[in-house]
Structures are given as C-alpha cells and as structure tokens.
Ligand binder design. Sequence first.
Ligand SMILES: Nc1ncnc2c1ncn2[C@@H]1O[C@H](COP(=O)(O)OP(=O)(O)OP(=O)(O)O)[C@@H](O)[C@H]1O
Length: 380
Amino acid sequence: MKSLGSIRRAFAPWTDPASKPFISFRNVTKRFGDFTAVDDLSLNIYTREFFALLGASGCGKSTLLRMLAGFEQPTSGEIILDGQNLAGIPPYRRPVNMMFQSYALFPHMTVENNIAFGLKQDGMPKADMAERVQQMLKLVKLEKFAKRKPHQLSGGQRQRVALARSLAKRPKVLLLDEPLGALDKKLREETQFELMDLQQELGLTFVVVTHDQEEAMTMADRIAVMSHGTVVQVATPAEIYEAPNSRFVADFIGDVNIFDGALTGAEAGFVQLETTGGIPIRMMSPDGFAKGTRVAVAIRPEKIRIGRQTPAHAPMNTAAGEIWDIGYLGDMTVFHIRLKNGQVIKASTLNAVRAVEDPLGYDQEVWISFGDDAGVVLKD
Ligand SMILES: Nc1ncnc2c1ncn2[C@@H]1O[C@H](COP(=O)(O)OP(=O)(O)OP(=O)(O)O)[C@@H](O)[C@H]1O
C-alpha cells in the first residue's frame, strides 16, 4: 500500500502528448427545449484516471454523465470511448456502468442476488456467476453479509453492495453520481479511501460527479470545475487550489480572500498593484499584464500571517486591522480580521500545540501580511 502515493504521483497521462484519451467529449451540446444544459463542451479523460466533475447544482454534471452512460443523447457533438463513437449505442451495450446516488438496490433480494442481478440478465453460467459474486463480496468486504437484505444493512454497507453490483460486470468505466451522498461525514471519508484503493486495484477508469469539493480534492487525479454547462478549468486538485485560472474557480474551491485592484507596475515575474482598499501589493505572476489592467489577487487564508508588530516589509503586502471573529475548528483556527479600510480578511492558523501562551483575542489590533508568492493574480 505504501507505494500507492508514488504511483499516483507519477500518473499524469494528460501531460504526455503521446498518450491517447480513453474518453473524449468533442464539442458536446445538450439542449432540453430551449435550455442548454451542456454547452459545446470538450473534455478528455484517460484510462485508469479517477476523474471528478465538480460544480454547483444544475451546472450540467449529471447530464454529462448520463450522456456517457447512454441515458441521454447529445443534441450535437460526439462522445468517443476507447476509439468508438458512442452515438446510437444503447446503454447496455456500452462498456460503462453507472452507480446512482440512491443505489437503487432491490429490497426483496439478498445482497448476493443484488450483486448477481446483471450477470443473470446477461445469461452468465451459474458456476461463473457464483464465483464472480464471491469475488465482489470479498472486494467490498461483505462476505459475511451475503444472505442479508438491504434493510438489514447500514448505509455504508448498502453503498458497498451497490458498488459491488456495478463492478460485477467488469465495466471499463464506472460512473458514479454523488456516490457517497447518503453517508455521514466520517463514513464518507473512510469510503473515499476505499473507493480510491478499489479503483487502483482494479485498474478502472472512474468518473465521479460531486458537488462536494473536499471529496473531489481527496479522490480525483483531475477535477473539471463546471459552470453553466461548460468546463471552467480541468486540472489536478493541487493546481485547482493553488493556481485557479479564474476568480470563479478560486472562489468556488475552498476559502479565499480576493483583493481587487489595478496594476501599477510589472517586472520580470512580478506585478505591483494598488488594491481598491489602498493596499500596495507585489505578487509573483507568470502572466504579463499591461499597466492599469484590473486584476484580482486571490490569497488562501492559510497563507496570510497575523502578527502584533508592523511587518518589516510594510506598507507592501500588509495591512492593519482588528480581530473581528474567531472560529475554533480544533485542528485550526480561522480569524476574521477587519482591516482599517473595512475589508474583512480570513486568516487561518494551525493549532499545532495544545496551549498557546497569550493567544490572539477579540478586538485585538493586528497586522496581516503575506509573501509575494502567497497568492495568484487573476485577470478580473
Ligand atoms: N430531462 C430534462 N428536461 C429538462 N431539463 C433538464 C432535464 N434534465 C436536466 N435538466 C436541466 O439541466 C440542468 C443541468 O442538470 P444536471 O442534472 O446535469 O445538473 P447537475 O449539475 O448534475 O446538478 P445536481 O448537482 O443538482 O444534480 C438543470 O438546470 C436541469 O434542470
């Protein structure tokens, strides 16, 4: 198990121009009447990838998944899977299986019969079927529960039956629509890791739809952030978090402080700006912007420092304010700091020790500051 991390880290077929995508959406549009649910969307997914579609309710994630499964037909554009154009191929003839949010287990059937259902329909010989069901039960660690009915299982166990059932036919691609939605937080986190292990073990391609960003960040090799039927950014979780390509993505993923302003100067690799609240900022930026360009600097709360003394680099990348609110979360504390210009900034600190001498308190005057590599400069 130890080597998994390094295997996953080395896995990046999308950076290799020689590797061919396994699933391609090419200019896919889906209209329902005059409503466009998916809008001229193109996307490549690679074999063995754990791919997440992330976006707010109604952005078209499920519609995209349903088109891949064959439950909906694109209005225009094409979907290619393993070199085959899927147009006109019915769901049951696609090498794809879908696991639904509600699991849709048959309540009157035992766990093993639920898992065997699809195999039976395909006319698999009895002995092979029994063997496959055993394999699946073992895989999801439910051997002891084979004879139970769904109502005799916990939510997490039912979820694993649904997973076993959708994997029994050995699809090349498993589509998961909010697979962990019905589980409580703790179980969901456990199951996320189980799902990742399972996917690695079986060498399958997973496409998961979720609106839970933490879930997508934890599980996925890459995430597509969607909005209004289009993909705004496709990247690894770390890239999405540290280098969002737009204000929308920066704002959608995690907590962020946005400083709006106009460019006052630029030098190689850095830009200078004055925020609307009067804070001078110098920030690393690979992009060249013209003087006067309206930009936004996005800085995550954990990259903002809080101190009692005026920082040495003042007035650059710093501002005075007072502590407005304190959210204690156990592992970390989030401070809301009201700057002199009225802007409220979020800054978080890790609680690495149990007792802090002289902790920061409400109404205390503080300085916030950040390094010149702390944020990302976005065109407004
Ligand atoms: N059969 C349909 N007829 C009409 N409109 C539909 C149909 N299916 C989906 N839509 C609309 O298309 C849009 C995208 O729906 P979709 O289910 O793909 O969203 P989603 O991103 O998966 O959202 P959620 O997270 O809420 O499931 C929504 O506005 C929805 O109302």
